[in-house]
Design a protein around this ligand. Sequence first.
Ligand code: HGY
Ligand code: MN
Ligand code: MN
Ligand code: MN
Length: 414
Amino acid sequence: MQHPVTGNTLHAPTVTSLMGQIAGIGRDRLRGGYTRPVYSTAELDLRGWFTEQAAARQLSVEQDGNGALWAWWDLPSGIRADAVATGSHLDSVPGGGAFDGPLGVASALVAVDILRSRNLERTRPLVLAVFPEEEGSRFGVACLGSRLLTGAIDRNKALNLRDPDGNTFAEIAAHNGLDARRIGADPALLGQLGAFVELHVEQGLGLGELQHPVAVGGSILGHGRWKLSMAGQGNHAGTTLMRDRRDPMVAAGRTIAAVQQIARAQDNARATVGRLHPVPGGTNVIASRVDFWLDVRHPDDAVTAAVVQDIHRAAQLIAAEEGCGFEFSQESLSPTVGFDARLSGQLGASLGDAPVLDTGAGHDAGVLAGHVPSAMLFVRNPSGISHSPEEYVEDADAERGALALADALQGLLG
Ligand code: HGY
Ligand code: MN
Ligand code: MN
Ligand code: MN
């Protein structure tokens, strides 16, 4: 294969070939796309694949107390200080695209190949990272692995998080060999890192419109997640007159319409209810309870708070009108994060005229940014769509992204 940028004949694995190796893992025949929740068979298979790929590159792979994988390209001295880290995640949203997460991991592996081919004189170790539960699709909190590593989530709160089947994170972690005593903040590991660069598929059309293959990350929109519950009277769909109902599904539906109305009134706010769980969930059954989750994001954290307050108030009124009980709780909240200016500047310098793009999507780099100089690279996605099977990256752009990552890392490692 000819390299799309250098034109050299490619012998080493390419990002496209690595992505092809995992293309069959976790396909979701029902929803389309991929469903790879953390510690599912699919995600464990992907972990196994990454571990093999890393070992084939003579990287020493270790798992931290929270389940993240770290593949070290150590210095001859073996000293692990001021390391440059790069990587992303392998878990997905339900019915997600192929690239959200795995592109950053595959590109990191190819970047190691490229750097090795350059016989680089390194002064810093390089470590590839794979963070668990970045999407929060199983236990409800996004970036759970990096939040645990940095102490951004209370350890006991994390251990007691439950998945949709009622399993606690503590149970699933133990089932997957994690030692509960090691779950939680790991300042020793964090202290070994001097920089973190995450390459990620762009989850928007910025690069498509700019007609550029790679961008440097600017900032991540502040975002939070809240759980709402409406409780009514479960009953028979056929024997219960409309006037005798206290239907939580109606209360939830009216609240979701209010979410859209409130968010539309704020410029650039994004408010989503993507997950709703009626109990018991029968076609001929008036639900007794409906749980649903709210995701709100805005560049200004004060606006996020105001939007959520308005939604909370509207939901309380609707619940009262529909004769339903109402509960409201915050699950996670992250402020708007700017990436490290110096590191981002170094990335920009190594990439020439790469644009700087903000993102509305959360990333582990956003969590690490509070503890380690962090930056991101985005690779063009012509569909502009993500968290959907339509997410897409051209082969040539995937290779350009890995080359850009290698160039950026070389500037940091030398
Ligand atoms: O939800 C997000 O923004 C990220 O993809 N976890
Ligand atoms: Mn992602
Ligand atoms: Mn995602
Ligand atoms: Mn992310």
